[in-house]
Design a protein around this ligand. Structure first.
Ligand code: SF4
Ligand code: SF4
Length: 175
């Protein structure tokens, strides 16, 4: 059965002098090159250039703080349970007296890790979180040659306390 209508009958007739010089083929090839030279490139020079992301793009995660700067995560484990890639692990701890400014809830994640090599950026952890603590941002998770660079702990996940270091995800929250 014929799959396309682009089949060509092969003939063994002798080439003309013009064809033997490959001139028509060379001119045809040059025309194609010239056409593409003036066309808008389909590629971007990443990382210097980046494409505009869609509103629902899901990139690297952030663990949010509340308006007073305390970590919102209460180590309930719902994000880990909902993760289809089993990429999230955590160790819970109890908040001590005097740590109210650090952790919003009585229980917090002493260790919280995401294996970025397993993560498929599906966003189910974000949807499962009852504390609005974890969100996927528009930032691309950086590449690396070392496997251990892909185990992201709290040092890389929790946003900074200072206003300038906060990661704005209001658009996602509004949704
Ligand atoms: S985005 Fe999906 S795969 Fe990645 S950690 Fe969250 S739930 Fe797991
Ligand atoms: S990020 Fe949210 S769902 Fe995950 S452990 Fe913390 S509070 Fe629970």
């Amino acid at each position: 059965m014929q799959l396309t209508n682009r089949s060509k009958v092969v003939s063994d007739k002798n080439m003309t002098a013009m064809e033997a010089a490959y001139l028509p083929a060379v001119i045809k090839g040059m025309a194609v090159t010239l056409k593409h030279f003036f066309m808008r490139p389909a590629t971007t020079k990443y990382p210097e250039q980046t494409r505009e992301f869609s509103e629902v793009y899901r990139g690297r995660h952030v663990l949010k703080r509340d308006e007073k700067g305390a970590e919102r995560c209460t180590a309930c484990g719902l994000c880990a349970v909902s993760c289809p890639a089993e990429a999230i692990t955590m160790v819970a701890a109890e908040r001590k007296k005097g740590e109210e400014g650090l952790y919003r809830e009585e229980k917090y994640a002493a260790i919280y890790e995401i294996n970025m090599l397993r993560c498929i950026f599906c966003g189910l952890c974000e949807e499962a979180c009852p504390k609005q603590a974890i969100f996927l941002t528009k930032e691309i998770a950086p590449a690396s040659y070392e496997r251990e660079d892909f185990i992201w702990g709290k040092d890389r996940l929790v946003e900074g306390v200072e206003e300038t270091k906060r990661i704005d995800i209001t658009k996602r929250q509004d949704r």
